[in-house]
Design a protein around this ligand. Sequence first.
Ligand code: SF4
Length: 254
Amino acid sequence: MTAIENQITQLEAELENMPLKEALALVAKRFPAEVAFSTSFGMEDQVITHIIGKNKIPMKVFTLDTGRMFNETYEVWSTTANVFDLNIDPFYPDAQEIQNFVNQRGINSMYLSVENRKECCRIRKIEPLKRALKGVAIWVTGVRAAQSINRQNFKLFEWDEAFQLIKFNPLMHWSDQDVADFIHQNNTPYNKLHDQGFLSIGCAPCTRAVQFGEDARAGRWWWEDSKKECGLHETKVMADITDPELTQQNDIHS
Ligand code: SF4
């Protein structure tokens, strides 16, 4: 077993049944200045932000502003920053790259091909994410197993091959109801689009409300027959690296 695998196994055993607040505080203390939480202001991200903000847990909080987000998302961003007196560090696409892309392929070219869509995601999300995660050892995310079938193989802690760091998914085992209960019981700010049938909220051109019974990711890139992932959480879990099904999962999520 490698040193990283050992570290992941130990973290998993230590934090598996720890309450969210204590788990986030412990990770922040153990990896000072090397832990970062990425938020896209979805319900689960708001749970984590609430805990970090209310308890002043020393952890960098950042978001990827793609430039194509819903106004409701900017509203919840602003409200959250004010309510918790919290800086949410924005990362933007490279100006020249996105200018070239739009000039060459068009402002809504994501509808024309998967290649265009992936290139748009690369410029607006993946490249800024690389910058945001520079120097980060532990990446905290709001990923949950219940969000989609693709995410059921994710773990509490896992090695992210793409970004060469440990990913911590503290809400991995939370249900939809757990998240909704937390938000309502704690009066946590949330994106009002959730009240209109939007479960997973990304960029405005690529997100729509879902029908009753559809999984949370069904409203993302709905015109594509793909795994509904954009590349942000592409992961090969070290413990499962020999599993051919997993190692073929080279597509991602946001
Ligand atoms: S989700 Fe859509 S608009 Fe946003 S970066 Fe990806 S393709 Fe572009």
